[in-house]
Design a protein around this ligand. Structure first.
Ligand SMILES: [Mg+2]
Length: 214
């Protein structure tokens, strides 16, 4: 398995992840019906429909990984969607800034790109760990990816560890009290349910990471 990732691979992996998320729209709405207003699947669907539109209209001859991610981010932000859309938008935009204009990135640059993704979400959402959000999925996933890459593990192994950490991160939100959004009004009653945003982030990351090495 090559330890570099090219533009075409990033593009096809984003496409695979977006399609996977859209196919699980009903599942995310169901999760949200337990502690929210049953619309998380709809938000994910419209956000990632926008992502697919950006992917389709992008001039692929540029082979610019950072440029692609910034176009995706800007597309989501300008579409004016509510809820978690702008968080993904800011995440993609900062991931693009971190990736720069390269056509091929090395695994260390993939880590920097994913750190940018986290930073964008953090900046836009002002969110912290333990608040029962997507952040509780993405932070441990990217930390696990960084640790695996730093210890020189093969890319596939690093991706598996990152996806596993994303899954435990998602599961950890079950025990948390919601501090954000509508579900925060539930207090103790938000405990016992996985946060829908952490679940969609797990699906996004695991599909993206899997596709990067398949
Ligand atoms: Mg909702």
């Amino acid at each position: 398995m090559p330890e570099t990732i090219d533009f075409e691979r990033v593009l096809s992996s984003l496409q695979a992840a977006a399609e996977k998320l859209r196919s699980q729209k009903d599942y995310f709405n169901d999760l949200d019906s337990q502690i929210g207003d049953s619309d998380h699947g709809d938000s994910i669907d419209s956000t990632f429909k926008k992502v697919l539109e950006s992917l389709e209209s992008y001039d692929t001859s540029k082979r610019d990984i950072g440029g692609l991610l910034k176009v995706i981010g800007r597309g989501i932000i300008l579409s004016g969607g509510a809820a978690m859309g702008p968080l993904y938008g800011s995440g993609f935009f900062e991931a693009g800034n971190a990736a720069g204009g390269a056509a091929v990135i090395h695994v260390e640059e993939l880590v920097a790109m994913m750190r940018g993704f986290v930073a964008g979400i953090e900046k836009r959402g002002g969110v912290k760990l333990g608040e029962k959000t997507m952040f509780d999925t993405v932070v441990p996933a990217v930390d696990a990816l960084a640790t695996a890459v730093e210890s020189g593990e093969p890319l596939r192994e690093a991706m598996n560890k990152a996806s596993a950490a994303a899954e435990s991160g998602m599961q950890s939100t079950k025990e948390m009290h919601s501090k954000r959004g509508r579900s925060s009004r539930l207090g103790d009653r938000s405990v016992g349910y996985v946060d829908p945003g952490s679940a969609s982030m797990f699906v996004f990351l695991s599909a993206f990471f899997e596709s990067l090495v398949t």
